[in-house]
Design a protein around this ligand. Sequence first.
Ligand SMILES: [Zn+2]
Length: 113
Amino acid sequence: MHEMSLMESVIEIVCETARRNGVTRVKSVRLEVGVLSHVDPEALLFCYEAVRRGTIADGAALEINHVEGEGWCVDCCKTVKLEERFGGCPECGRHRVQMTAGDELKIRDMEVV
Ligand SMILES: [Zn+2]
């Protein structure tokens, strides 16, 4: 499962960061997930709960912030809203839009005890 390896690396980074800062327990983790990233939030949560077990992030809540899709339209020369990965520009209708946001999955921050 795609989500499983994503969550494994998230937990790895969280635990590594916590250890480096002398933290013994992580209270919550906040993720930024782009709406165009094609990850299933429910699957993410399921995998998260599975991989955090036995780590210092065990019991830490997971918060998911959704990031809207955005792209740069070459024809309009501006940033436009992107509804789908290879979607067209909502203003000129052409398909020369380069995705600039909405594809990410990253850790925004974490709360520690
Ligand atoms: Zn355009």
